[in-house]
Design a protein around this ligand. Structure first.
Ligand SMILES: [Zn+2]
Length: 619
């Protein structure tokens, strides 16, 4: 069976993934973050999951006292599994023996509480708790199995099929298949995740029952299986059959995990119709329901997609996990279709959501990723867990802490998203210093991108000449390959041989970006981007005590590079209250103009309380 260490392993597709054993990230922007992940983020997550009792929940399940001692929300088991998945990718990446031992310690503890029939949960069915499978709307039992299985898949793909967590996950998967077959308990989980996990597990085991169960869960959904709730059944994508939906609706992470599963099932069952439906839903979300940062979800109360073009920057939810869900879908579509353009949204989301979530020290995280902070953000207590989206600077841990471990597993497996095999050679999807040693081809990518425009691809070995495809981002008008113009899209260099060096130059001058006029909330504003970075103004960089809310910028005065960001000219808006904020004259700018430095959005909120905005009103 396929056991390459790749984040997603379709058995067929126009492009084929390359394992993290063959691709390495050699420093640079993402190399630094991979190091931060192992040095700080993973230990931080382990410390907090221990401190808040989520790991001990398994201990107390075993000793029979869990009803008195349980801590955390109903889905906290899933975060332990997601941390194990992150550790598994890290062990696969570096061979870290301490993390390997930690996985086995946690795995043995989890295995000890698994029931004979494969059932496993610390929140249900133990003495003093509600019976199993009595709350499909909010109970998250199947969701937890999903992350358990994903941890096991990561372990199998990185060469640890004998791991305890793999045994546990296989027993749980068999239990799910028996319990939830057609004619048995015909339910679905309120939070999709089991579907994508079962599809991936079937790829590793060759067991078609897992794939069929994933398909069943997808097609069972949307027939009002779950109860109606205050936000309607669309919240958990149970309002209409998946195959009838044109758009991503409801809770963004749920919708994206479900779509990732739909692509997996479509690919493995050769269901072109289902693939097209998943693609249509995602493409429409990109065209109408996605923020400039790649973030998705504009409703806080139900963490949901809004209507088309309903993208208010100061109410953007943009959960970190939704960004990761979007990357999961885009990567699957790239592999299925071979269209490198899906790498554009992956890049945008990596640099502006995944990189934005962790603090510079790896010990705090954004859960939601706003594009406009109106009041100065406040620092979170480094020793106190906060409600999920409530912190305004990054928080050390959340009562719902799905995001930090999602970031950790993504960073640990990131090398698996850099390049793909094509029928004729190799396509490079993401640029950073890296080495690729493939079957018959060996190459190095040397670059300071995204700070330096030059990307040098040196071919060290090539048994036969091959085609090198390069993704030219849609923003990269003026890009060149070996000095010749290269249009956005896929640029192919044919007949590449050992000893060749291909030089890509991507234009990294700052550029002004304007929103579609239908996005009412930001009409009349501009944003500045530079390469893959969305830039923002943060009040700590403004003169005096100026808030970003009192700022207008002069787009006609242009934009210049400054550090990794840019600088524009701005003026102060009259801040005097007129008693009524409407009339026949808009608020006027006053005084002399001044420089407004803009920084990469991902780095904001690392210098204390501040206001911040991405979209800047024009004068
Ligand atoms: Zn999350």
């Amino acid at each position: 069976m396929h056991t390459a260490p790749v984040p997603v392993a379709p058995s067929t597709g126009k492009a084929r993934p390359i394992g993290i054993d063959l691709v390495t990230i050699d420093g640079g922007f993402w190399g630094e973050r991979q190091q931060l992940n192992v040095d700080a983020i993973i230990p931080h997550a382990l410390k907090w999951e221990t401190k808040v009792g989520w790991i001990d929940n398994f201990v107390h399940t075993l000793d029979g006292t869990i009803a008195e001692h349980r801590h955390g929300r109903e889905f906290s088991d899933s975060d332990v599994y997601k941390l194990i998945e992150a550790m598994a990718w890290e062990v696969g990446r570096t061979g870290d023996t301490e993390l390997d031992a930690e996985i086995e310690r946690l795995g043995a503890m989890i295995e000890a509480v698994q029931r004979e029939d494969g059932y496993l949960n610390t929140n249900f069915d133990n003495p003093g708790q509600e019976p199993r499978y009595t709350d499909f709307e909010w109970g998250h039992e199947l969701y937890c199995y999903g992350h358990l299985i994903q941890a096991a898949v990561a372990r199998i793909r990185t060469g640890h099929r004998e791991s305890s967590i793999v045994r546990v996950a296989l027993r749980a998967a068999d239990h799910v298949v028996t319990e939830f077959a057609d004619g048995a308990n015909e339910k679905i989980c309120g939070h999709p995740e089991i579907e994508v996990a079962l599809a991936e597990l079937s790829r590793e085991t060759g067991d078609p029952r897992y794939l069929e169960q994933a398909r069943l869960f997808i097609d069972r959904r949307g027939h009002e299986v779950l109860s109606d709730i205050e936000w309607g059944r669309s919240y958990y994508q149970d309002d209409q059959p998946y195959r009838d939906a044109d758009a991503l609706v409801g809770h963004a992470v749920r919708a994206l995990y479900l779509t990732a599963a739909a692509v997996d099932v479509a690919v493995e069952t050769d269901d072109a119709g289902l693939l097209e439906i998943a693609r249509r839903q995602y493409d429409t979300a990109l065209a109408r329901r996605t923020y400039l940062t790649g973030g998705m979800g504009s409703h806080h109360q139900d963490e949901a997609f809004g209507d088309d073009f309903e993208l208010p920057p100061d109410r953007s939810y943009c959960e970190t996990c939704a960004g990761i869900g979007s990357i999961m879908v885009a990567w699957r579509l790239l592999l299925a279709t071979g269209e490198l353009g899906y790498g554009d949204v992956i890049e945008r989301t990596l640099y502006n959501i995944v990189a934005a979530s962790p603090a510079e020290d790896g010990k705090g995280f954004f859960y939601s990723n706003t594009l406009h902070r109106r009041t100065p953000a406040t620092a979170a207590d480094p020793d106190v867990q906060v409600p999920r989206a409530n912190s305004s600077l990054r928080a050390p841990w959340f009562e719902v802490s799905c995001c930090p471990t999602n970031v950790a597993r993504t960073l640990a497996s990131l090398a698996g998203y850099l390049a793909v095999r094509t029928d004729d050679g190799v396509a490079i999807v993401q640029y950073g210093p890296s080495t690729m040693r493939l079957d018959g081809i060996s190459l190095r990518v040397e670059t300071g991108y995204p700070y330096d425009p030059e990307v040098r691809v040196s071919i060290d070995e090539a048994e036969v000449p091959f085609a090198l495809d390069l993704r030219i981002p849609a923003w990269a008008e003026g890009a060149t390959v070996d000095g010749s113009p290269a249009a956005p899209g896929t640029h192919r260099v044919d007949g590449v041989s050992a000893g060749d060096v291909v030089v890509l130059r991507l234009p990294l001058e700052p550029r002004i970006t304007r929103p579609d006029s239908r996005i009412d909330a930001v009409r009349g504003t501009i944003a500045v981007e530079r390469g893959p970075f969305v830039l923002c103004a943060e009040s700590v960089d403004l003169p005096g005590d100026l808030s970003v809310n009192e700022l207008v910028v002069d787009a006609d005065a242009g934009v210049e590079a400054l550090g990794a960001g840019a600088v524009v000219r701005g003026r102060r808006l009259s801040a005097a209250d007129a008693g009524w904020p409407y009339g026949d004259e808009a608020g006027a700018a006053t005084g002399e103009s001044f420089d407004v430095p803009l920084i990469p959005y991902h780095s904001w909120a690392n210098r204390g309380p501040a206001t911040m905005r991405v979209w800047l009103p024009g004068s």
